[in-house]
Design a protein around this ligand. Structure first.
Ligand code: ZN
Length: 325
């Protein structure tokens, strides 16, 4: 349940983009005879509805390589194809960043579920998207199709999928703390939107505000208490989950900039692979970064204490500095 993207982006903007994307299908350029087209559609449509996906009972809309796209909520074949194209591009980008040690494992079948906004609310607490711990499936709010933000959401969730595959049987439990998993997901989100040249000034400013708002106690709780975001009312939990994700993102950037480890992000993958082979997170962290986990965590907490009265210092020199207002 926790592996989902919860970025604050306007749902209205998203829905309008969805409507726009639906008007762009032009069949007549492919089929010159409209009558012939409707004849084909009569047969093609029911067949595509009848087809069921492997491993689920949901209608199969599209398949390409290791990816199948299903929808229990009536997404169109055109939407499925568009989303698949974006998933495959984001998947490749993530693979390239992470340089996983077991490429064959990464090519296992993957299912993309296009689900309604309401079902997303019911099944995934209103998240934009969610990756299953099996590493075999992601679900996305299909109203996001057509909005550019879906690309970075895919990069985030697919980062989780690849990590879960590397973790293997250890993906189900809490072998790797959530702040670290989410720091990874959030960083891919950031890197991919930079790669695509997207304007992230809105979400970027919000991320920076969160990073500046943390007290050293909060930093300590998020980094050391696995139940931090699981306690409180639904609204409190959502708020804490958001903070945990941003603290995780800061943690990754702290390693890169303050500990001077330029390849911090692919090393996240090494941590996952080592845990997948039975090391503890602490051992894997030590091996991948050549740093003591506990000392690094307490250094960060001390740093947050030192910068409480001038928190903009936390942002200077990081990739988030451009969002500092
Ligand atoms: Zn996530």
């Amino acid at each position: 349940m926790i592996h989902k993207t919860r970025t604050a982006e306007s749902p209205k903007k998203v829905r309008m983009a969805f409507l726009r994307s639906n008007t762009s299908v032009d069949f007549t350029s492919t089929f010159p005879h409209a009558r012939f087209l409707s004849f084909i559609m009569l047969f093609a449509l029911p067949m595509s509805i009848v087809a069921k996906s492997k491993g689920t009972n949901e209608p199969l809309l599209y398949r390409e390589g290791f990816l199948q796209v299903v929808s229990p909520d009536g997404a169109t074949a055109e939407q499925a194809r568009e989303a698949a194209k974006q998933v495959l591009a984001a998947w490749k980008f993530d693979l390239n960043v992470m340089q996983w040690g077991h490429p064959a494992e990464m090519q296992r079948p993957l299912t993309l579920r296009l689900i309604s906004h309401d079902r997303m609310k019911r099944e995934h607490n209103g998240a934009r998207a969610s990756a299953s711990r099996s590493g075999n499936k992601i679900s996305v709010d299909m109203t996001l199709i057509g909005d550019e933000s879906i690309n970075r959401t895919f990069a985030h969730e697919l980062g989780h999928v690849q990590m879960f595959r590397a973790l293997g049987k250890y993906s189900a439990g809490s072998a790797v703390p959530t702040y670290f998993l989410e720091g990874h997901g959030q960083m891919l989100n950031q890197l991919y939107s930079d790669h695509l040249g997207q304007d992230r000034s809105g979400p970027g400013a919000s991320i920076v505000r969160s990073m500046m708002s943390f007290t050293s106690e909060e930093a300590h709780d998020i980094l050391t208490d696995p139940s931090y975001f699981k306690v409180g009312t639904a609204a409190e939990k959502a708020d804490k989950e958001n903070k945990m994700e941003r603290m995780g993102l800061y943690f990754v950037e702290y390693l890169r900039v303050r500990e001077n480890i330029p390849d911090t992000v692919p090393r996240i993958g090494r941590v996952g692979e080592l845990v997948g082979h039975g090391r503890t997170y602490e051992q894997a962290f030590k091996q991948a970064y050549n740093l003591s986990l506990n000392r690094t965590l307490s250094e960060i907490v001390t740093y947050f204490k030192q910068t409480e009265t001038h928190p903009a210092d936390r942002i200077k020199g990081t990739r988030f500095e451009e969002y500092l207002q």
